[in-house]
Every structure is written in structure tokens, then in C-alpha cells.
Write a protein that binds this ligand. Structure first.
Ligand code: GLU
Length: 345
């Protein structure tokens, strides 16, 4: 497909494990099946969580598995100026505001409205600082998730925020797989199907820059996907619930909305998702074919043919992937209309 750009975007919080290889393999196969480009981005904005040397290890593990990017990898820690430009543009457009609230104050604001949340629940932001800081000191920056309600015909073309990105890359065709009504994002995942989330009610105005000064994942990922002209995001299903936030932010910035495909998760014997928190062992790439075979099985692909080496196995799976997802995508052509062209009337 002309113009297809995919990416794998690991956080270097440790080496790849069997679960991350599934996402890496799927995004690589999707890019190859579309005859597109596959990029690699090291998502090291959350410096305290990063492990020194993990990025090098990840690149080596991927190379061992034959998954090499088509351009030099990028490190988010070197891209702060881009995130700042995006934040400045959002502030200028009145779509981002400073917030002084601590978690305790957020819970107190809900309690004052007679609403309590379970102890470990993600508490939506009640919008306290939308009305200004009232003399308090701003700690974080948040996106106004209600901006399409406030500015029903929020312009994305010829808009200062849009100008931020124009010229950076070839223009992309608008995505046809998302639609936004007010603060509700409707989107169609290529594997998981149709979803909708009222971002304002479920998450609230979310953080773009954290109280500790670090860039939030949501802003960094959206800015980088836009600047790298990513057309197709293929990543683990644990990130699916971030997608509506990212689509809203893409709309606020006036950048194209990519297509999304979220891959199945790998669980340990206790049924927990493999992750650093659940002490997933590092992926052993001394036998890359065995590691790839296991990842391919999770993706519903058959085993590599008998005497295949890594390149032959990857070619075999690319053909399988193309046959499966081309037909599947065609059958699932969304009819949702376009999100990039404007707020639904
Ligand atoms: N860096 C994120 C992670 O490793 C993935 C981000 C993405 O693919 O959007 O969980």
C-alpha cells in the first residue's frame, strides 16, 4: 500500500519478553504485507522507569529475530522540542490548561459531588482547573477533552495547530476508521472491531505534561506518530483503551488518525499479562526461530515450514498475514465517516 508507515515503539523498561515480541512481529508483518515502511521508536520519556542499556538490548533482540527497521531508530528523550511545540500550540488554541490538583484533591472534588471511587480505580479528572488555577501553582498540563463541544466546528485545516505539522511530512489521506461526537470517540480496531468511549466522562481532561515535568505518553506518542507519518499502529491489546484519547488529541492537533490493530496479549500461568511487573523473563533469542514461532502462534499463524531459517519463516508469515488481513480489512471496511474532516453534526 502506497504510503504505509508502521512502527514498533517499545519502552526500554527492560528487555523484550515473549509478549512484546508478539506486538513487534505483528507490526513488522503488517508493514511487510502492505509493502510499507517499518520504524522503530524507543519510548524513553518516562526516564525513572527506563533501565540503562535496555534500548540496546531491545535493538539486538529484534535484530536477532530478523526485525530490522527501515530507518534509524528514534529516541523520544531527544524529541522534547517537538512535544513542547505541540503543547504550546494547544495552549495557544485554548485546548490545554495548567492544573494544580493532586490525586487527593481530585478525589475530594468528586466526594464534594457525592461520588466516591474504588481505591485503585483510575479516577477521571473532574475538570477543576478548567476554570483557572485560583491562585494555586500549576503542576501539570491537561487537554480539554470537551473542545469539540465548545467549538463545534473546530478547524483543523488552516489552523495554527495544524501548521505545526504541515510540511513535516507528505500529507496523508484522512483515516476512515474513527468518528468523534462531542467528547465521544467511535473507532474501529482492525482486530477488535467497533468501540466507543466518552473520553470526558471516562478519563476526563488528561495529562499532556506531568506534574514532575516529564512528557506524558499520550502527547509524545501522538506527536511522534504524526511527525513520522505513521499510517498504521499495531500494538498490544493492553494499549487499546488509550486509543480514544490519542484520537481526540490527533483531532485537536489536526493531524491524521492512523488505523489501529491491537494484538492478543500473552499471559503467564497465573493468567497475568507478561510484563516487567509480573516478572516476565527476557526473550531468549539464542534460538530466534523458536521465539518467533511462539509469537506467530499467538497471532494465529501456522508454524514456520520445516527447514526454514528466520528470513524464510518471516516471508512465510508475511504471506499468511497478507492473505488474512487484506481480506479481513476489506470485510470490515468501516462506514463511520471521517473524523479528521470535522465534528459529526
Ligand atoms: N511504549 C509503549 C509500550 O511499550 C507502546 C506505545 C505504543 O505502541 O503506542 O507499552
Amino acid at each position: 500500500m502506497a504510503g504505509y508507515v508502521g512502527r514498533f515503539a517499545p519502552s526500554p523498561t527492560g528487555p523484550l519478553h515473549a509478549g512484546s515480541l508478539v506486538a513487534a512481529l505483528a507490526s513488522w508483518l503488517d508493514a511487510r504485507a502492505h509493502r510499507g515502511q517499518w520504524l522503530l521508536r524507543i519510548e524513553d520519556v518516562d526516564a525513572p522507569r527506563c533501565v540503562p542499556g535496555a534500548d540496546t538490548l531491545i535493538l539486538q533482540q529484534l535484530a536477532d529475530c530478523g526485525l530490522t527497521p527501515d530507518a534509524p531508530p528514534q529516541w523520544q528523550s531527544q524529541r522534547g522540542a517537538h512535544y513542547q511545540r505541540a503543547l504550546d500550540a494547544l495552549i495557544q488554541a485554548g485546548l490545554a490548561y495548567p492544573c494544580a490538583c493532586t490525586r487527593r484533591e481530585i478525589e475530594a472534588a468528586w466526594a464534594a459531588r457525592g461520588i466516591t471511587w474504588p481505591r485503585h480505580a483510575e479516577v477521571p479528572y473532574p475538570g477543576t482547573c478548567r476554570a483557572g488555577l485560583q491562585g494555586r501553582e500549576g503542576r501539570a498540563w491537561r487537554l480539554r477533552t470537551d473542545f469539540l463541544k465548545q467549538i463545534p466546528r473546530y478547524p483543523s485545516a488552516n489552523w495554527s495547530v495544524h501548521a505545526l505539522f504541515s510540511g513535516a511530512n507528505e500529507p496523508l489521506p484522512p483515516a476512515d476508521a474513527a468518528r468523534i461526537e462531542g467528547a465521544t470517540v467511535h473507532w474501529c480496531d482492525r482486530r477488535l472491531g467497533a468501540h466507543a468511549q466518552d473520553v470526558e466522562a471516562t478519563v476526563g481532561d488528561f495529562v499532556l505534561r506531568r506534574a514532575d515535568g516529564l512528557w506524558a505518553y499520550q502527547l509524545a506518542v501522538v506527536v511522534d506518530d504524526a511527525l513520522q507519518a505513521v499510517t498504521h499502529v499495531v500494538r498490544g491489546e493492553d494499549l487499546a483503551d488509550n486509543t480514544p484519547r490519542q484520537i481526540l488529541l490527533q483531532r485537536a492537533l489536526g493531524v491524521p488518525i492512523p488505523r489501529y490493530l491491537h494484538t492478543p496479549l500473552v499471559r503467564n500461568a497465573a493468567g497475568e499479562k507478561l510484563s516487567k511487573q509480573t516478572h516476565a523473563p527476557a526473550l531468549d533469542t539464542r534460538n530466534p526461530l523458536a521465539a518467533l514461532d511462539a509469537a506467530a502462534a499467538v497471532l494465529g499463524l501456522g508454524p514456520a515450514p520445516g527447514a526454514a531459517g528466520v528470513p524464510e519463516a518471516l516471508t512465510h508469515w508475511t504471506a499468511q498475514w497478507a492473505a488474512r488481513w487484506t481480506a479481513h480489512d476489506a470485510a470490515r471496511q468501516p462506514t463511520a465517516g471521517t473524523a479528521t474532516q470535522g465534528n459529526a453534526e
